[in-house]
Ligand binder design. Structure first.
Ligand code: GLU
Ligand code: ZN
Length: 286
């Protein structure tokens, strides 16, 4: 198997040390394995993506010494593929439109005093619209579409095969099984098409990894829980399950995770202050 991985930044702000760690680690792992590291621009959030951030990503990555095959995949050019997958899932009765606001969802929770149950995709949806909305006719393209997890699990076939190989160490290592109960209770009916995007991070990332024939996904451990969703979608859409390698997150001196908008740690800023690419590697321990 050829080792093919990717770095998939969103052009919604500057690349910071956490991005540099992810990109350099993916690149180094590919080089060591004699494979390749692709770049993908995750710009489905057109309200936040900016061409100048995309240009800065290319510039910073080149400066760090990274190269990648072209053309670069950009999610904003992949909407027809996302549409086709949504049509397929809709035709199989696995999606339903949801009109709930965040407040509606909170109000519908059975025991809100115990706190809001959070899954990898936000609040675990209490299912208000599941049986309310019609699933026949053409797919609604102007509303939020949720995946009916119970129906999805009934169609995904052999539940024993829902698993992935994790080569990282955090928070798990080896074969990770994705259990039916945990999907129902800790993930639930996630949003696959957002109103403002016509797709979602989870759907797009799964389709794109398959399209780019990614064999190994190298990314931050904050996405470990979302991998359960990705394995279900791969099962439903008949896509291969790559190997996953979730890595530690780079934290600041106070031990806080570097937020995406924490511009203080922007690579561009270190560059301006005269740091070298080797200095950046030193700072993140690579
Ligand atoms: N675009 C995501 C981010 O910037 C990464 C997605 C992934 O690696 O699966 O956090
Ligand atoms: Zn709803």
């Amino acid at each position: 198997m050829i080792f093919r991985t990717r770095f998939a930044p969103s052009p919604t702000g500057p690349l910071h040390l956490g991005h540099a760690f992810s990109a350099l680690l993916a690149h180094d792992m590919a080089q060591e394995a004699g494979g390749e590291c692709l770049l993908r621009i995750e710009d489905i959030d057109q309200n936040r993506a900016r061409p100048e951030w995309e240009a800065q990503i290319y510039d910073d990555l080149h400066w760090l010494g990274l190269t990648w095959p072209t053309p670069v995949m950009r999610q904003s050019e992949r909407l027809p593929s996302y549409d086709a997958a949504l049509n397929d899932l809709w035709a199989r009765g696995l999606l339903y439109p949801c009109t709930c606001s965040r407040a509606d969802i909170k109000n519908a929770l059975s025991a809100p005093q115990e706190g809001v149950p959070m899954g990898p995709d936000g609040i675990i949806y209490p299912g208000t619209c599941r049986s309310r909305a019609s699933r026949t006719g053409p797919r609604p393209t102007d509303s939020v579409l949720r995946l009916d997890m119970a129906a999805a699990l009934a169609q995904v076939g052999d539940l024993a095969t829902l698993s992935f190989e994790e080569t990282g160490y955090r928070p798990a290592h080896g074969r990770v099984t994705v259990g039916r109960d945990s999907l129902m209770q800790e993930v639930g009916d996630i949003v696959l098409a957002r109103r403002d995007m016509g797709t979602s991070y989870d759907l797009s990332v799964v389709l794109d990894d398959a399209e780019q024939r990614i064999s190994h996904v190298v990314r931050g451990e904050d996405l470990f829980e979302a991998t359960r969703i990705h394995v279900v979608l791969q099962g439903l859409l008949n896509l291969p399950v790559p190997v996953y390698h979730h890595h530690k997150l780079i934290r600041d001196h106070a031990g806080k995770r570097l937020a995406k908008r924490d511009d203080a740690r922007a690579i561009a800023l270190f560059r301006k202050e005269g740091a070298s690419p080797a200095d950046i590697r030193g700072m993140i321990g690579l």
